[in-house]
Design a protein around this ligand. Structure first.
Ligand SMILES: [Zn+2]
Length: 418
């Protein structure tokens, strides 16, 4: 397990940050923010550090929509100077990811100062970047410390708060998918980490009202949950504890919007809506007996490889060939392997039922998200019925994982059912 990096979530985050920098002789700093996060908190951080005689180079990124892409990465590099400085990212996910990448590649540490409880990736090692309009996650570094100012988090635009709630609610399906992958596809799994991630999601679910009102208690709980989810990924060494079918659906939509030059949708907004859709599969599985599952699997034919390749190429365009390579364990399955997988599903049915029982119903998730002020319908995100249907059928090809989507397909369950 990685040693825990210090995380301060409270009402005196700036003074704690100043103390931390002083105690660690971090005297030269580069502060990265955008215009909104500079106004919300960056200016106060800059001022407090200046008062204590720190040497601060401030970079405020400008533009309609800040993206973690080559343009903004170069902006930070251009405005950085030749001194050895510790980076401070004051912002939500995007500013943090730009800073995470630049600091890592210039061999400098960085401190995360989140301005909104919008994602669980603040402590992540990976930086999701958009390069040549393709999204890729680059291995970089986690921050050396996190300082989150609760009044600033509470005052964040509600869409960002609701997005953080969507990301944390997504753990209900991601943990279930992770366990299924372990039961049926031998994916590595850690029950203690899964338990921690689930507790974090559960705690936020029971504070949905407070989160919807942006109360101090609600927002603290959300930020604690997001940080804990981030630690689950760091401790496990990959994103499995926090990313299942709901994230694959979200990634698919994100790629499509990028290719079509459409405005981005917040990560957690997509994840929250996708989580409801994925939960419908679990709703169906909960109602299915082992007998019914066996009958349905008897009728499941091995996917026609050529037809699948055509569908992947149509859905994924420029990255289709890479995905086809990664999907070899599934696409190249022999009839014999497919039959053993079916048998494994039947033999594990009582475990699968336990996993499904721990996932809130699509209806419960909808109500939770609404209470927290989040969107629950793909149409409200500007996504068409076709885009939902394609994502539900094809998004599982984003990653070589055995989630409820692949299993539901074998069981002949459709996302519209129920
Ligand atoms: Zn996420």
């Amino acid at each position: 397990m990685e040693p825990r990096l210090p995380v301060h979530i409270g009402n005196a985050a700036i003074s704690s940050l100043v103390r931390y920098c002083r105690d660690n002789q971090m005297n030269q700093l580069t502060l990265v923010a955008d215009q909104n996060t500079y106004a919300a908190l960056g200016e106060s951080v800059e001022h407090a550090l200046g008062e204590h005689e720190f040497d601060v180079n401030t970079i405020v990124l400008t533009g309609e929509e800040i993206i973690a892409d080559e343009h903004y990465i170069v902006q930070v590099l251009l405005q950085a100077d030749e001194k050895d400085r510790v980076y401070i990212a004051v912002g939500s996910g995007t500013i943090t990811d730009i800073t995470r990448f630049v600091s890592h590649r210039t061999q400098a540490p960085f401190i995360s100062v989140p301005t909104a409880p919008s994602v669980d990736g603040f402590t992540s090692i990976g930086a999701p970047l958009v390069i040549a309009r393709l999204k890729q996650t680059i291995v970089t570094q986690p921050p050396v410390a996190v300082f989150a100012d609760v009044p600033t988090l509470c005052a964040a635009p509600h869409r960002l708060i609701a997005s953080g709630f969507g990301d944390i609610v997504g753990k209900f399906t991601s943990i279930a998918d992770w366990r299924l992958g372990n039961l049926l596809w031998d994916e590595p799994y850690d029950a203690a980490i899964a338990h921690r991630a689930r507790q974090a999601a559960q705690a936020c679910a029971s504070h949905a009202g407070g989160i919807g009102q942006a109360s101090e208690q609600g927002i603290r709980c959300l930020m604690d949950g997001l940080i804990e989810s981030g630690f689950c990924m760091l401790d496990f060494g990959n994103t499995n504890p926090a990313s299942g079918a709901e994230h694959h659906v979200s990634h698919y939509w994100e790629m499509k919007l990028l290719w079509e030059n459409r405005p981005a949708i917040l990560h957690g907004e997509k994840v929250g809506v996708a989580c409801i859709l994925v939960a419908r599969y679990y709703d169906q599985i909960r109602q299915m007996s082992q007998r019914q599952a066996t009958d349905r699997l008897d009728h499941a034919a091995l996917p026609d490889r050529e037809q699948e390749l055509r569908r992947i190429r149509a859905a994924y365009g420029p990255i289709a060939e890479t995905l086809i390579g990664e999907q070899a364990p599934f696409l190249d399955m022999s009839g014999h392997t497919y039959d053993s997988l079916k048998q494994r599903i039947v033999d594990s049915w009582s475990h699968i039922q336990e996993v499904a029982a721990a996932v809130p119903s699509a209806e419960e998730l909808t109500s939770m998200l609404k209470t927290a002020g989040a969107l629950t319908d793909a149409a409200d995100l500007g996504l068409s019925h076709d885009e939902v249907a394609t994502a539900m059928q094809m998004a599982h090809y984003c990653r070589n994982r055995l989630t409820v989507v692949k299993i539901s397909r074998m069981l002949g369950i459709h996302w519209q059912d129920g």
